[in-house]
Write a protein that binds this ligand. Structure first.
Ligand code: AMP
Ligand code: MG
Length: 428
């Protein structure tokens, strides 16, 4: 048996085997949650022009500087300026006059401050002013928020609602982003049946419902991809290869579960092992972890001509036990999908928490136990309680956990009270 890869070695091999998908221009709303693929520079300033931040009167500040309750200043009101009034608005102000101005409306040339309504008798055609603004007060100057040439969004930023709003505000209707990867997900196993079908036939005596393709398809969607759930494939290499050849043409990546351990009918391994083949190049081996020791990763080759090499479609062969396939997805597939989307691959923020109960772990393997994390509000920190046992078939326990407890390779026992690293699940 060849040496096991470490978790880091396998992750590095996986990440080296995926590249960001080609970017394309999307309308703004469709770009939400995707990675920006261009440095967006402002070619419109924000504000676009000097404008008022209050409803009031645009003035020459020197005219009203002495204004007080005891000695109000009286000015003629020469006209109005409302937001969007365009050419109908007052655009120039002579000293000794003022103009009504509304929030957001452009400051007329010559004016250098705004007196809010509250400091006046709101009069027209003459207004009494009882208090003076400072020069520039209640004026929002052109470019004070965003200037021409400012870098608004850096390539690689995952676009959120605030970025979308900013891009629209500088007049951008679309932006270049990396697309969501389309990921084919299929489960192998002759024992598997579709959810929704009854299992009361004699032939279904040893059948089980397929959970993995649903679990993995849901995880793909959570990670930002588009799952193409293919469903079930029996443990027959010919049938398996046929489905794989159908899928590699329409998918940016393919995930299978099951059929990669030491059993007699391990279909994925049987069909694809032997290293580089005509239309595939897949590594199978062991990773020093529990659950998820058997792993396969490589590429399905598709198309290609004499002048053009075939497309290399990343291929993940995950173990069949549901907990193993889920943990494998979180550790290896999710980072890879993130890289394909143009995002930084690391996704789980590791936190340190105090273990509530003693746990044991096999030597030489990094164990990922399911846990329930609580973060105390009294400042005493985070603690994590193991949920269920280490068995990789314990899907019920997996569903009621919200974290993975990481037990290092060299630890065989961690006592209650020990500090452990915890990977939070479902954080984005
Ligand atoms: P395998 O690696 O194919 O031998 O599968 C390991 C274990 O996981 C077996 O008990 C399988 O029945 C189970 N298993 C494999 N695939 C699935 C699946 N899609 N849904 C639920 N259990 C599965
Ligand atoms: Mg199987």
């Amino acid at each position: 048996m060849s040496a096991l890869r470490t978790v880091e070695e396998h992750l590095a091999a996986v990440l080296a085997g995926v590249t960001p998908l080609d970017d394309f221009r999307q309308p703004l709303l469709d770009a939400l949650d995707l990675a920006c693929a261009e440095d967006v520079v402002a070619d419109v300033a924000l504000p676009r022009f000097d404008n008022s931040s209050m409803d009031g009167y645009a003035v020459v500040q020197a005219d009203v500087v002495t204004a007080s309750d005891e000695a109000p200043v009286r000015l003629p009101v020469v006209g109005e300026i409302g937001a969007g009034m365009g050419a109908d608005a007052v655009t120039r102000l002579d000293p000794g006059t003022c103009a009504k101005i509304m929030t957001g409306a452009p400051l007329p040339e010559g004016a250098d401050a705004v007196v809010p309504y509250e400091w006046t008798d709101r009069g027209a055609p003459e207004v009494w002013i009882t208090r003076s603004p400072a020069t520039g007060q209640h004026v929002r100057y052109a470019g004070e928020d965003v200037d021409h040439g400012d870098l608004l969004v850096e390539a690689g930023t995952r676009l959120g609602p605030r970025h979308v709003g900013l891009l629209a505000s500088v007049g951008r209707a679309g932006v270049r982003v990396r697309p969501r990867p389309r990921v084919a997900v299929l489960s192998t196993g002759s024992e598997l049946r579709e959810a929704g079908t009854p299992l009361d036939d004699d032939a279904d005596r040893d059948a089980i419902y397929d959970g993995n393709s649903w679990l993995l398809a849901a995880a793909v969607r959570r990670a930002g991809g588009i799952p193409l759930r293919v469903g079930l494939v029996p443990d027959r290499p010919d049938a398996f290869l046929r489905v794989l050849r159908e899928q590699r043409g329409r998918a940016d990546a393919v995930i299978t579960s099951g059929g990669i351990s030491m059993g007699d009918w391990d279909v994925v391994k049987e069909a694809l092992s032997g290293g580089a083949g005509d239309d595939h190049d897949v590594w199978f081996g062991g990773v020093a972890m529990q659950p998820g020791k058997p792993q396969g990763f490589g590429h399905l080759l598709h198309g290609g001509t004499e002048d053009r090499p075939p497309r290399r479609v990343p291929f993940f062969a995950l173990p069949g036990n549901p907990v193993s396939s889920y943990v494998s997805f979180e550790l290896f597939v999710r980072p890879a999908l993130r890289r394909m989307m143009g995002l930084a691959p690391e996704s789980h923020v590791p936190v340190t928490a105090r273990l509530t109960h003693r746990v044991t772990s096999p030597p030489g393997r990094r164990q990922f136990l399911r846990g329930a994390l609580t973060v105390a509000t009294d400042g005493s920190g985070a603690q994590v309680e193991p949920v269920g046992g280490p068995g990789s078939h314990l899907l019920g326990d997996l569903a009621s956990s919200d974290a993975l407890i990481v037990v290092p390779e060299d630890a065989t026992v961690l006592e209650a009270g020990a500090d452990v690293t915890v990977l939070r699940l479902d954080q984005d």
